[in-house]
Write a protein that binds this ligand. Sequence first.
Ligand code: GTP
Ligand code: MG
Length: 137
Amino acid sequence: SNITFTMIKPDAVADGHIGAILGKISESGFKIKALKLTQLTVADAKKFYEVHAERPFYSELVEFMSSGPIVAAVLEKDNAVEDFRTLIGSTNPAEAAEGTIRKMFARSIGENAVHGSDSNENALIEAQFHFSGREIF
Ligand code: GTP
Ligand code: MG
């Protein structure tokens, strides 16, 4: 099987886009293996984004990602990691292709609606960070 991990970020949850984003994900051939509404603590967000700790936007990113509820999900599809990143579009919504989730729903480069894993290895790590074995189907 081939999985990726995603979060619908606090901006898109607050803006009422959960249904539309899950709809686009399903229409694009991804099968939902795990799904929940949750909220990251500051410590969770720091750990999840540890690789970005030296970047200038790290504290802003941690504050934003812990600011409100998110939707966490594990998705399955052939070529899931790459195909999902194509579906969400560029990090900066101003540069994202027409029809991508970030083009349609993101507010800005920081508040950019969705996360997508960047490798198979990280997809597994991120899925296990958010879900227990019993929560993944
Ligand atoms: P993710 O799927 O969320 O990992 O996004 P990405 O892989 O397209 O981008 P990257 O991993 O490089 O950055 C992680 C997250 O940090 C982005 O999704 C943004 O939310 C945030 N981020 C990246 N660059 C900037 C920036 O220049 N300014 C701010 N404020 N946030 C940024
Ligand atoms: Mg990334």
